[in-house]
Design a protein around this ligand. Sequence first.
Ligand code: VG1
Ligand code: CO
Length: 543
Amino acid sequence: MKIETIKTTPIDGQMPGTSGLRKKTRVFMEPRYLENFIQATFDAIGGGKGKTFIVGGDGRYFNKDAIQTIIKMAAGNGAAGVIVGQNGILSTPAASHLIRLNKADGGFILSASHNPGGIDEDFGVKYNAQNGGPAPEGLTAKIFDSTKTIDHYKTVDADDVDLSIIRTTRHGDMQIHVIDAVVQYQALMETLFDFAAIRALFAGGFTMQFDAMHAVTGPYATAILEDTLGAAVGTVMNGIPLEDFGKGHPDPNPIWAKDLMDLMMSDASPDIGAASDGDGDRNMIVGRGTYVTPSDSLAILAANAHLAPAYSDGLAGIARSMPTSAASDRVAEKLGIGSYETPTGWKFFGNLLDAGKVTICGEESAGTGSSHVREKDGLWAVLLWLNILAVRKQSVANIVADHWTTFGRDYYSRYDFEAVETEKANKMMQDLRGQFDDLIGQSHAGLTVTSADEFSYHDPVDGSISKNQGVRIAFEGGGRAVFRLSGTGTQGATVRLYLEQYSGQGGDVGLDTQTALQNVRDAAFAISAMGATIGRTEPDVIT
Ligand code: VG1
Ligand code: CO
């Protein structure tokens, strides 16, 4: 097979963000755009020679074309093998598992996760390393450096691979294994959870609605929940992956999974509702009439994990991203185990998991996961909830209420201001940084500021430092506001404002969330002067 070396020149702006490189699909479809980034990745890891890679994606528009390009480029770079999900489908956690299971050298995941898909929407590429986790910052910096000096890429002149047939073929010396996307992932889940107990739960009349949002988890959820655990046919809705996610926004939150939310708040509500995102790494959990805030879900899963076989010996520690509420810290404290605060993005949990310092990790953005893979894992969280419900035999609402009684409640909400002019967003962040010294002791909306700083992460495992990870302002009485700019958007800047107020132990846990957060919100608006700096105080999305 003829290896072709194609001349190219650097393309600006190929800097991976919070989770891979994300751009408009049409940008990725421009000549050499994808090729440059893939070659830069091979160059950054010391070449592809003799290596094995996992390749798959969330099924969005351009997924299959990108996979064909990557397969040819892997052959051009001398790879020994690629393992590809059937029809180009692999959820992010399944890809992470396959890297580990096959002792592969890395993996390419084609996804822009919760961003919409289609020719006029978003596309993305994530590279995961040998441990199965997202490329750490050191590696993404190397990839970006390579994109700035690239002058050629390597590929082969070969036919496209038929991704619909499970079999092994070759491009020259490189083996191409097309595999079932679900089997190995399901086998892993069966080692972690008490499937018999969950099966008995469903057999006893327990009901569920799972919204796959026409994204990647459809086949996984159908195989596991309906075909294996005996949930009623129809439990999985929007279960067929579509290239444009049925024109939806595959982000599992009360806004984008509105049909599911409406059902859960109605008289016809099943016992539990759940949803997952584009690439299957996020989850939303809703009980009958009860939305479970992701930060609470993390804390509740951590507090009850010992009820599932994989975690019956207890947890090593718990990690959460900085903007995530302190609810999981309270659980760690009670369990007498370590708790860690990392920057936003799963790549920061990898070292802690590899070093055995933590077992469970989570983010306020509906990501929870454990040491079973090196990614957040939507279905894993759903199955852990089901395992806990099967053992405790209580409703979701009762378990949440119990948790608040024991630990107090961390009221929590995130406001997203999308498509803000980048300059204005940067200026608002700059203005905030300029006020740190003056703010302490000031009073806003009746709340006194006790600390104000920008989060800097010192990785306890490899000693690396990540600066500028978000502005945090703490108030007397357990309130906190965090300001961050998103690293996953493709248009202008998205300002995220994270609000939190602790009830105190034995405090009032029955307030409406937005009411409980009113003072923190007003103080955050006053301090940032948002209305003036970015011209907005009405968020596009509240979660
Ligand atoms: C967002 C979330 C973050 C998550 C990231 C990737 O990042 O806030 O918690 O890890 O998306 O998730 P940002 O920089 O936009 O705030 V996924 O499921 O979209 O890969
Ligand atoms: Co995702």
